[in-house]
Design a protein around this ligand. Structure first.
Ligand SMILES: Cc1cc2nc3c(=O)[nH]c(=O)nc-3n(C[C@H](O)[C@H](O)[C@H](O)COP(=O)(O)OP(=O)(O)OC[C@H]3O[C@@H](n4cnc5c(N)ncnc54)[C@H](O)[C@@H]3O)c2cc1C
Length: 416
């Protein structure tokens, strides 16, 4: 494993650190609403834990303002090309970016999905007109974006999607249902995968006949119905389409190329959990200091002390797994098996940490946001429920295990 950073990487890190040191304090002073969750990079998925419409709106405005400031400094979309105000960051620089943002506890951004997933798809597959129309609004946060892939019968098995888009003159007519669309009710635009060739099922080739579209969420025939999740938040949505007419020029890529469009970012060599090991270590220290004031006896309990030490070790192990993946990527080797292993590590640590916090705080730990005497205003009780998502978001646990097992068994066969 190579821990050394190149001269360019050190310059990238130092420039970002200097920018954050200069810009963040004044921003935080002006926008005092805290983000409830550490996983800011996935802010669209995380929700905010803000109660009341006013608090929610202010959090969204704060995210938009922070993203604008980042964009002014060319720090909003580091993985985008320079011509689109990015920095064409390498995998190592992407990891440095995540770590530095986590270290600084930087606020969440407004268009996380747009910056990390949808923008790169438009950059790779869009026409010049499409890029000019949509990329600036993603960057500036002027318009919110969502992503609609999942359906009631298509999640882990995404190619099972049934929502149809049938060509009719210069429009496609869309019918069906998408689900679990984060923040779709706030979005002006969405990147959707739709089935343009329903015969693909009977032909036994369901990965084919799928096409990507950018959809104006204000189009007649589209209805968003928020879903209340385990934490009580309503950031996820069912999205229903009834004869919604989408112009042909909003198709991204060719007809039938949707699967390849969706794979644009999934195939990117991005070590997504790099920043999370930093934020989880910070969270763990925060939990310990809160426990010291809320329930000090817990910190003398040998079983809890053992779990604390275990959690620190697991976090450090994940950090090292990320570095090993980066080393392999920089040497042109596949990042297997470190990336799926790190995803599993992230999910198990996040959930263990959430449980540990509640056990350390004692009875007060289960008090939720707004309850009198709740440690950190109930953030940890909410977090306990919220972290269940980590075993399904970004690739379900069983699917990761299947991938590891299939690849490992194949490698074992090849070695014989
Ligand atoms: C917080 C959150 C935000 C999300 N945001 C979005 C979004 O913005 N846009 C969007 O399109 N989607 C979004 N999703 C949906 C997400 O992509 C899906 O939940 C995910 O792909 C899993 O699909 P599913 O929910 O249909 O579960 P399923 O695929 O039905 O899985 C259910 C369970 O069965 C297991 N399972 C499934 N297949 C197998 C198998 N072959 N072998 C063994 N076990 C299996 C899974 O591991 C899981 O435990 C979001 C989900 C969450 C939790």
């Amino acid at each position: 494993m190579d821990f050394s950073l190149s001269v360019e990487d050190v310059a990238f890190r130092d420039e970002l650190r200097a920018w954050l040191a200069k810009e963040m304090p004044a921003f935080l002073e002006e926008w005092s609403v805290p983000d409830a969750d550490p996983d800011d990079e996935d802010a669209d998925e995380v929700g905010d834990g803000e109660t009341g419409a006013e608090g929610f709106d202010r959090t969204q405005e704060r995210r938009r303002a922070w993203q604008r400031l980042l964009d002014e400094g060319r720090w909003a979309a580091v993985n985008w090309p320079v011509e689109w105000n990015g920095r064409a960051a390498t995998p190592t620089q992407n990891a440095i970016y995540s770590e530095e943002m986590a270290r600084a506890r930087a606020p969440g951004i407004y268009n996380a999905n747009g910056i990390w997933q949808i923008g790169p798809m438009i950059i790779t597959w869009g026409t010049e007109e499409q890029k000019a129309r949509w990329l600036p609004t993603i960057l500036s946060g002027e318009e919110h974006w969502c992503q609609g892939f999942s359906e009631p019968e298509a999640g882990s098995d995404l190619a099972n999607m049934r929502t149809t888009a049938i060509l009719d003159g210069d429009h496609y007519v869309v019918n069906g249902q998408k689900t679990w669309c984060s923040s779709a009710h706030l979005a002006r635009w969405g990147l959707f995968l739709l089935r343009t060739d329903p015969t693909a099922f009977e032909r036994g080739v369901k990965h084919e006949g799928i096409t990507a579209f950018v959809i104006d969420m204000t189009t007649p025939g589209i209805e968003c119905r928020p879903i209340r999740d385990l934490t009580g938040d309503t950031m996820l949505n069912d999205v229903f389409f009834t004869d919604a007419r989408i112009p042909v020029e909003h198709r991204l890529g060719g007809e039938g190329e949707g699967w390849q469009v969706a794979m644009t970012t999934l195939g990117h060599e991005r070590v997504g959990t790099a920043g999370l090991s930093v934020s989880m270590a910070t969270d763990l220290r925060r939990v310990i200091s809160l426990a010291a004031s809320e329930n000090p006896d817990a910190l003398r309990d040998p079983a809890l002390r053992d779990r604390l030490a275990g959690a620190f070790m697991e976090i450090e192990l994940t950090r090292l797994l990320n570095y090993r993946a980066l080393t392999k990527i920089s040497q042109g080797l596949p990042n297997w098996p470190e990336v799926p292993l790190a995803k599993l590590q992230w999910s198990s640590i996040a959930q263990n940490l959430a449980e540990l916090a509640l056990d350390l705080f004692g009875p007060a730990g289960v008090l939720g946001p707004g309850a009198a005497g709740a440690p950190d205003d109930g953030r940890w009780a909410r977090n306990y429920a919220w972290q269940r998502y980590t075993s399904i978001g970004a690739g379900a646990t069983e699917i990761q295990k299947n991938i590891i097992s299939k690849k490992a068994l194949k490698s074992a066969r090849a070695a014989r």
